[in-house]
Each structure stands twice: as C-alpha cells, then as structure tokens.
Unconditional design. Structure first.
Length: 170
C-alpha cells in the first residue's frame, strides 16, 4: 500500500527543505509542494481561488497515488487549520493508502531567526514574520506527529519522519 505523507507547519519552519531531503530517503518517492499549485501574480485569496487550489492539489495527489511508479507521496504546505487537510483528503476518498501527517514546529525565537535570514537574503518579505508567528500555535493542536525542528537540520528532520514511516528499518 502506498504512503501519503503530509508535512505542514508555518512559513519558514523548513517544510520544503525537509521534503527535499525526505524525497532522497524514501524509496520510489514523489514530492508536491502545495505552493506550486498557487503560484500566481496577482496572488488572490478568495473562495474561488481557495477551491481551485485545493482541487488542483487533490488532482495531482490522486494521480501520484494511482501511479504504479511511486510508493511514497510527499505533500507539504502551510495547512494552518485541520479543515484544510480534511479538504485535501476529501479529494482522495476512494483511494487506499497509509496516511502519515506531520507538523514541523519550533520556538518563536527559532522561527524569527529563520525568517529574518530569509528576509535579509531577499527571499521573503518582512510581513511574513507576523503571519508566521500568528499561525505557529495552530500546529501544536493538530492531529499530527510533531517534529520539533528547533535544533534539527532538514536532513535530521527527514530522518525522523522516515523512522515513523519505516520503523522496522531502524
């Protein structure tokens, strides 16, 4: 049976970097970043665009889960509310897979340091700090396995996730 791995967490916590490392560790793996389904200019958030993005994500995940070439499907996105995960999963109701939901979490201080580094490099805008910090507490309350990345590299976080999926190989 296939594995569907969700990595969520606030902006700057390391979802994408960890997903790239996990892609290298897992056998027959494919990776989808939810942001790729909503890369638009202008970036509009309304009911129509939210539905469009969730539908697009569901479509791509469905195709990956039904493709014989892949055993592990990695999906990362902000998903700051459980309802967002549920909306994505509702598009995959008729498929058979093991579901592994993870939240990458860290302290406010660690998040500020990570985001400030990105801001200084011009990768992110300064307004991301307030939004990311406001969402950070949400992930502690979600029905996910928490991976505290305060002192972990993306490689270490990916190794921790791998051990949850393939515990017999430890």
């Amino acid at each position: 049976m296939k594995n569907l791995i969700f990595l969520n967490g606030t902006m700057g916590v390391g979802k994408t970097a960890t997903s790239h490392m996990l892609l290298k560790l897992l056998p027959q793996a494919v990776f989808l970043d939810g942001d790729w389904c909503w890369y638009a200019d202008p970036f509009l958030v309304n009911e129509e665009t939210k539905r469009l993005v969730i539908d697009n994500i569901g479509y791509v995940l469905h195709n990956f889960l039904t493709c014989a070439a892949y055993e592990n499907v990695i999906f990362c996105w902000v998903m700051q509310e459980e309802s967002i995960m549920e909306q994505v999963l509702s598009r995959l109701q008729n498929l058979d897979y093991h579901f592994y939901p993870f939240s990458l979490v860290c302290s406010e201080q660690a998040l500020i340091a990570r985001l400030q580094e990105d801001i200084d490099k011009g990768i992110r805008e300064k307004d991301v700090l307030e939004r990311a910090l406001a969402r950070l507490p949400n992930y502690w309350n979600m029905p996910t396995v928490k991976i505290d990345v305060n002192d972990l590299t993306p490689e270490q976080a990916a190794a921790s996730i791998y051990k949850h999926i393939y515990p017999a190989e430890i």
